[in-house]
Design a protein around this ligand. Structure first.
Ligand code: NDP
Length: 291
């Protein structure tokens, strides 16, 4: 049976380290990192995410600023709020919860956030840096996945990594990170031929598809490390359940290690958001990032 990569424990460890770092920033530099989260509309899942993010921000000793706007808020009002947060010295990270209502241009809003306060790594400047010198902020879900992979496997050099999914928020940045870690990287998507065979070549298999239990145990190379990014809500035996993109039961009989859903990539994503906020606060204050 595969080793379970426990995302809750990894996230707790990261938050514990961040709490120590935040306390040092306060005592040594009089700096309290602040994260502003902007939510437009009433999407129930987004409301839960925003509540969790705010709670965990405060728990590690940082300041949390919440801005909740009505669904019919116009783009100009949202852009004005972002401009005021860009100018606010108490705010070091700005997160606009996605998805936005359809009348708002997501691309425009993401790039209106100062790249110095972007904690999602979605701003064009940070996307560019991830794919060049690597000096910017890295999207939270791939960053958390990489941290767990390194903790599980150590040096990733030379490993074959297959990522199923090519979105801007997961698949592509995951590929950039694994390439930087010296893996040989293949990105698969809905038009990929012989997907099952391709998955069987992977030492590291990352599933970021959004299709419940699509990847079966017999798609997995024995001993491979599987990172299941998918979060799918399904009805089963009269109950609502969260499942990943990987069929956990069959996969865990073949894989060497695997992240569960829930309790895998999800908790690390929020912990990495806090990590990115601390990094941005240090960057803005001119504090060495390795301090
Ligand atoms: P997107 O819908 O943006 O992208 C899905 C990708 O999967 C696309 O590239 C698509 O290919 C590919 N795809 C779809 N169907 C198939 C198929 N049959 N075979 C191969 N590839 C396929 O999703 P996201 O990247 O935003 O999210 C992926 C999953 O991860 C979702 O379940 C989401 O909820 C979850 N997620 C979890 C997070 C966490 O914190 N744990 C954070 C973010 C997302 P194509 O490009 O050709 O259409």
């Amino acid at each position: 049976m595969a080793t379970v990569i426990n995302g809750k424990e990894h996230a707790q460890q990261l938050r514990d380290n961040l709490a120590i770092e935040v306390s040092k920033l306060k005592s040594d530099h009089a700096l309290v990192p602040g994260l502003a989260v902007v939510l437009v509309g009433e999407d129930p899942a987004s409301q839960i995410y925003v509540r969790n993010k705010a709670k965990q921000t405060v728990e590690v000793g940082m300041k949390s600023f919440e801005h909740r706007l009505d669904t019919d808020t116009d783009e100009v009002t949202l852009l004005d709020l972002i401009a005021s947060l860009n100018a606010d010295d108490a705010v070091h990270g700005i997160l606009v919860q996605l998805p936005l209502p359809p009348h708002i241009d997501e691309f425009k809003v993401i790039n209106a956030v100062s790249h110095d306060k972007d904690v999602d790594g979605f701003h064009l400047m940070n996307v560019g840096r991830l794919n060049t010198d690597g000096g910017g902020v890295v999207p939270c879900t791939p960053l958390g996945s990489l941290m767990m992979l390194k903790s599980q496997l150590g040096d990733l050099t030379g490993l074959n990594a297959v990522i199923v999914g090519r979105s801007n928020i997961v698949g592509k940045p995951m590929a950039a990170l694994l390439l930087k870690a010296n893996c040989t990287v293949t990105i698969a998507h809905s038009r990929t031929k012989n997907l099952e065979e391709l998955c069987r070549t992977a030492d590291i298999l990352v599933a970021a598809v959004g299709r419940p239990r699509m990847i079966q145990g017999d798609w997995i190379k024995p001993g491979a490390t599987v990172i299941d990014v998918g979060i799918n809500r399904i009805e089963e035996n009269g109950a609502t359940k969260l499942v990943g993109d990987v069929d956990y039961l069959s996969a865990s009989e073949v894989a060497g290690a695997i992240t569960p859903v829930p309790g895998g990539v999800g908790p690390m994503t929020i912990a990495c958001l806090l990590h990115n906020t601390v990094q941005q606060a240090k960057r803005i204050a001119g504090i060495d990032l390795s301090d």
